[in-house]
Design a protein around this ligand. Structure first.
Ligand code: FES
Ligand code: FES
Length: 162
């Protein structure tokens, strides 16, 4: 093992992985640099913008704040790439495009992850629930209206296809 490196193992997008990381490496840096999973973005690097959202054991986290070395065997990390074949995520992504909710796109992986978590737990969210669910995610381009409309549309479509 390299000097100062810590060996960790966990589940990444449903596959067991093992890697050596430096103690200061964040989960976001590890995903982007070591696993070349670049959907999650570094916006603020301080837990404020949500662009780096991923799911850890089913809960959304800001991966810029989580140290990779704290991941344990048995932990399950899911990035947007891990949901490519997920029907709910596909409905969300399609609705974002249809509603014109994607402009520069920087916030979108985090936004769609927050939308996914919401719709997983509440299939018929009202406006307040949608705003609440997206409140940790910053978008500089869209003014949020189109994003909220996209989440509503994705919810309706998912419900209709159940
Ligand atoms: S980059 Fe992680 S919250 Fe902004
Ligand atoms: S689409 Fe540009 S930051 Fe949201």
């Amino acid at each position: 093992m390299g000097k100062n490196l810590i060996k960790i193992s966990f589940c990444l997008n449903s596959k067991k992985v093992e890697i050596e990381v430096s103690p200061q490496l964040t989960v976001l840096e590890m995903l982007r640099r070591d696993f070349r999973l670049t959907a999650a973005k570094e916006g603020c690097g301080k837990g404020e913008c949500g662009a780096c959202s991923v799911l850890l054991n089913g809960q959304p986290i800001n991966s810029c704040l989580k140290l990779a070395a704290t991941l344990k065997p048995g932990d399950s990390l899911i990035s947007v790439e891990g949901l490519n074949d997920d029907k709910l995520m596909q409905n969300i992504q399609e609705a974002y495009v249809e509603e014109g909710a994607v402009q520069c796109g920087f916030c979108i992986p985090g936004m769609t992850m927050a939308s996914y978590y919401l719709l997983k737990h509440n299939s018929t969210p009202d406006e307040h629930a949608i705003k609440q669910a997206l409140s940790g995610n910053i978008c500089r381009c869209t003014g949020y209206r189109k994003i909220e409309a996209a989440v509503k549309k994705a919810a309706e479509r998912t419900k209709a296809n159940e």
